[in-house]
Write a protein that binds this ligand. Structure first.
Ligand code: ZN
Length: 564
């Protein structure tokens, strides 16, 4: 627990420390290249930790001088140290699944599914996610590719964006899907020339199969959570903000609370509340009370989320002007509904997060925030727009003017086949030149928080940083980058993944930088990401992750030499 009144940061010959700290620090880390994220002391060589806080940041000489007989001193071997990464947009997956991201071919998809199936009880469902149409011959996913490796066991795999699923023949049988089955409302069953279902289930049709998957028990959810937390720590993540619009399920809430009780919650986790229309004032007051009672706890509440539009790839993002080929998409709420719901939650002092991808939806979100400020008066609100992929040029400055946070996904700037051959052609060159462009928000002086949108994309922050720094795929194409004028620096990306992400959850006084009095959340990296060539970001590994003074991940082989 941080007690700001008792902590005074001062700088004495480049050493910031707790004034009058009588006890020597628990731990000292020396011989490091520390990027602190603090403008007043951007670089340091060493820092000291007591309990869960930084108690000194400065030169090797000055910090070493604080050591007492029981202080553990670690030599970080001149490695780069940064504040713990904070993923501002991360979802707890609703079930275990094989990761099919970046598979690139049917053979790789098959191999990953077979490997994954060995971790499951015999005969149980095999679930995967993350494939793209381009992984399949002729870009056509078909059940026969799954039947080839699993002729008797049900398999269903979701695509990267969650708009379609591929089921194999046993899964279709269990769901009772035949050539006679009619398409459900809001979805369709893809059929081959012979009229037989191909296994591809679009939009709502996917739930004909996924609806059969048994819901996870609290024990299973807890196990899943532990796996996700271990992965997060291995990527240097010490904070996760989960904007799932329906909030957590009962078993998810129970699993998260169990992790806190057992001491296995290795990140600071910000949990979601649902923003809906016409919520009774009493319910909103309960949300505000939940926020107040969990402030600064490992699991905290404080914002409410809603989804206003879809995605560009599915032509469901709401655009001011039509897509190339027609259609604008449709917002999921009317202007009136959105304005009144946002004003209701805003009146209770709750933060609001709106998923808005198209310029039409982004404008509606900004208008709703402006309306709330008008009816409820001035306050430090920090409402957020999630994704903000294609803002109208005229709306970018409004983020700073209204104090609205742009919560963006750097990995989206990757010019993969879907981006170049579906996304960009749908919105045309003028809008593409401003899509997934983090630089426009930086140039406008807005606060921008980075997130991954896991499990849609990998949660690896270094992969996201690589994408916005190069605007190239992992193999370096296209040469020079996709709209290279929109690239940002590694340092700017780091800021968005640490300090700005903390600001986006009202936590900047407690975390987000390496500074005296803040939580000792930090990461030791194998390479100096502020000095290496961008391509080397992809080879950079996390060696050590510390959250609140406690090690949550250590790469095998990394000693961090003990030193006296
Ligand atoms: Zn999301």
């Amino acid at each position: 627990m941080l007690r700001p009144s008792r902590i005074v940061a001062l700088t004495v010959s480049a050493l910031a420390l707790v004034a009058g700290a009588a006890e020597p620090p628990d731990r000292i880390y020396v011989n490091a290249r520390v990027w602190t994220g603090e403008p007043s002391q951007p670089e340091a060589e060493a820092f000291a930790v007591s309990g869960d806080q930084f108690v000194a940041v400065g030169t090797d000489k000055d910090v070493r001088a604080l050591a007492g007989p029981r202080t553990v001193v670690t030599d970080l071997e001149a490695r780069r140290v940064v504040p713990g990464f904070n993923d501002a947009h991360w979802h707890l997956p609703s079930r275990r699944s094989a990761r099919l991201d970046g598979a690139g071919s049917v053979e790789v998809i098959q191999r990953r599914l077979v490997d994954y199936s060995r971790t499951l009880p015999a005969g149980s469902w095999i679930v995967g996610r993350g494939w793209m149409p381009t992984d399949f011959p002729n870009r056509t996913a078909d059940r026969r590719y799954l039947d080839a490796v699993f002729p008797d066991r049900p398999v269903v795999i979701r695509d990267r964006d969650g708009h379609q699923a591929l089921a194999n023949t046993p899964a279709l049988k269990l769901a009772g899907i035949t050539r006679e089955t009619p398409d459900p409302p809001d979805g369709w069953i893809e059929r081959g020339p012979d009229g037989e279902p191909t296994g591809l289930l679009k939009e709502a049709a996917a739930s004909l199969v996924t609806g059969l998957l048994p819901p996870l028990t609290t024990d299973e959810t807890y196990q899943l959570l532990l796996e996700e937390l271990a992965t997060a720590a291995s990527f240097g993540l010490t904070s996760l903000q989960d904007p799932t619009d329906v909030g957590l399920t009962q078993s998810e809430t129970a699993a998260v609370m169990r992790a806190v009780e057992k001491g296995t919650m290795t990140v600071r986790y910000r949990a979601p509340l649902p923003l809906e229309v016409d919520v009774p004032a009493g319910q909103i007051a309960k949300y505000a009370a939940l926020r107040d009672s969990t402030r600064d706890a490992l699991v905290s509440y404080g914002f409410a989320k809603t989804i206003l539009d879809g995605t560009v790839d599915a032509k469901t993002a709401f655009m001011l002007e039509p897509y190339v080929g027609g259609g604008n998409g449709v917002p999921m709420l009317s202007r009136q509904e959105l304005n009144s719901a946002v004003a209701d939650f805003d009146r209770a002092g709750l933060q609001v997060e709106i998923h808005a991808i198209g310029d039409g939806a982004i404008r509606m979100a900004l208008d709703a925030y402006e309306h709330a400020a008008k009816v409820n008066g001035p306050r430090d609100r920090r409402h957020r727009v999630e994704h903000v992929e294609v803002p109208a040029a005229a709306d970018v400055a409004r983020f700073r003017e209204l104090g609205v946070i742009a919560s963006t996904q750097p990995i989206g700037a990757t010019p993969d086949v879907i981006t170049l051959e579906n996304y960009a052609p749908l919105i045309g060159p003028e809008r593409s030149s401003r899509a997934y462009d983090p630089k426009q928000f930086d140039d406008a002086g807005a606060i921008q928080a980075f997130g991954s949108d896991y499990p849609v994309y990998s949660m690896d922050p270094l992969a996201g940083i690589y994408a916005v720094v190069t605007r190239q795929t992992r193999d370096g194409s296209p040469p020079g980058g996709w709209y290279p004028e929109n690239r940002i620096t590694v340092e700017a990306a780091l800021r968005h993944y640490t300090r700005d992400a903390a600001y986006a959850s009202f936590d900047e006084s407690r975390k987000g930088t390496i500074a005296v009095g803040k939580y000792a959340d930090f990461v030791v990296l194998s390479g100096d990401i502020l000095a290496i060539a961008p391509a080397e970001l992809l080879e950079t590994r996390v060696l050590l992750t510390v959250m609140g003074g406690r090690e949550t991940y250590r790469a095998s082989g990394f000693g961090g030499s003990p030193s006296r």
